[in-house]
Design a protein around this ligand. Sequence first.
Ligand SMILES: Cc1cc2nc3c(=O)[nH]c(=O)nc-3n(C[C@H](O)[C@H](O)[C@H](O)COP(=O)(O)O)c2cc1C
Length: 130
Amino acid sequence: MKVAVRYYSKSGNTKAIAEAIAEGAGVTAVSITDEPKLSERVDILFLGGAPYANIMAPELRAYAEKLSADLVCRVVLFTTSNWSRRTVNALKKSLRAKGVAVEDDYFYAHMTRVKARANPAKEFAAKMIK
Ligand SMILES: Cc1cc2nc3c(=O)[nH]c(=O)nc-3n(C[C@H](O)[C@H](O)[C@H](O)COP(=O)(O)O)c2cc1C
């Protein structure tokens, strides 16, 4: 089974969770700024980002727009924020509208609890790829 972890992170919180998820899934986390489009078809794509001024980063929106059901079998979302779940909710809506399967369950870490959430993120990833 092919698994990929992709994220967008300005200040490192989502990156830290992406790396924990990648460790749990046995792969490497890659920033969408380094790889702006998924280069090969994957079975599970862990995709994460955060809200800034109440919207997801335009970079992440643009990345999601390039995804299709041909490229990814199932998306599992993760996010960090101060309070908002807007990024996961918006991604769920836009990906599902295009026919991309998105898990209901997602991983959340509050921005002040990123370190404490690393192990749970790892366990979440291991559970989602079973
Ligand atoms: C300019 C700015 C705007 C933000 N706006 C929001 C927001 O609207 N809602 C929220 O819950 N968190 C907001 N946050 C908190 C970030 O979403 C949070 O720190 C997140 O963990 C950042 O992820 P990153 O370190 O991966 O960039 C904001 C942070 C910054 C710097």
